[in-house]
Design a protein around this ligand. Sequence first.
Ligand SMILES: Cc1ncc(COP(=O)(O)O)c(C=O)c1O
Length: 380
Amino acid sequence: MIEQILTMIPGPTPVHPNILLALAKPTVSHVFPAFVAEFKAALKDFRALCKTTTGQPFIVAGGGTLSMEMGVVNLVGPGEKLLVISHGYFGDRFVDLANSFGIQVDVLRSEWGKAIPPQELAKKLAANTYAAVTVTHVDTSTGTISPVPAYAELLRGRGEMFILDGVCATGGIDERFDEWGLDVLLTAPQKAIGAPPGVALCLFSERAMERRRARASVPAYYADILRWLPIMQDPGKYYSTPCVNEIMALAEAFRMINTEGLDARFSRHAKIALAVRAGLGALGLTVFTAAESRADTLSVILLPVGVEDLPFRTGMASRGIIVAGGLGPIAGKAFRLGHMGNIAAGELVTILGALEGTLCSLGVAVTPGAAVAAAASFLP
Ligand SMILES: Cc1ncc(COP(=O)(O)O)c(C=O)c1O
């Protein structure tokens, strides 16, 4: 039964019943005062989550890829140069996206599972000038977290726009828009924020807004932030019908984040990540991502020798847990486990139990109870 399935892929993540209730409210007019108030609350809370007092928020029906497109096309024109730091599949998506708009792309691509050292970025910046640099905070294909504060130091005071993709980080890992000098933070609700998919979320710095205003037009209509700006300043206005239910759900997700508190939420994610990895270690499993670059929001785990992807994921599903397969060069060799959003110790124990049962059924020698015991000391 679908109700009994725990979706532990790296997004969408399980949605808390409070948020589902907000989603299930009657669909009202986009100018209905109670909805407008919720929209305003979501815009305000989005800024608070990303620690900005100056960033201009945008909440637009769409997905993370739309927010990537909004970040790039509003700031980088055809023929201009973009530097992409790619730690996997989603970093590479910026390359594709930029190519689609005739933008010249230079790529700093890491080996999968490792992050580009800041010195490599420093070398690129010393030899080139770019209109913008894109960084994926956590690449969902490799589980790699970028050293964002170190990159931010290198980009500080320069002309390049700093565009950060927070899709697999925002709400689970600290992001400091003002302190880091970000120009765009783009993200989506369906991962560590814990809301259902359906909106593109972006923040633009004052400098980025000026950069957009300096262009007479951009090769976009729906993704043009200047068309959306009046609505973000007064959500009672109309440009294109907002997804009212998803925005009400997002507002509720932000309220839950506020109630938990940002520090408590980030620390819960850090503890759960430690607990997951202790449990995986006790099962003899190896995390694919380099130890110094592992994100708190998901784990990418190598399948043990002799265990194939399909029987493994089918075995997990039969125990009520859905995990994701590997992408790109690790397709069929690894699986991806999301541990972000509104999850707690209970889910973790269930996942570790399912892992133990599945591996055992596939002939892997495991010590019963060892994973949960190893994880227990880290659990919040
Ligand atoms: C890091 C990252 N960026 C961008 C995206 C694209 O988001 P969406 O699938 O909502 O378009 C994803 C999706 O998983 C992602 O993980």
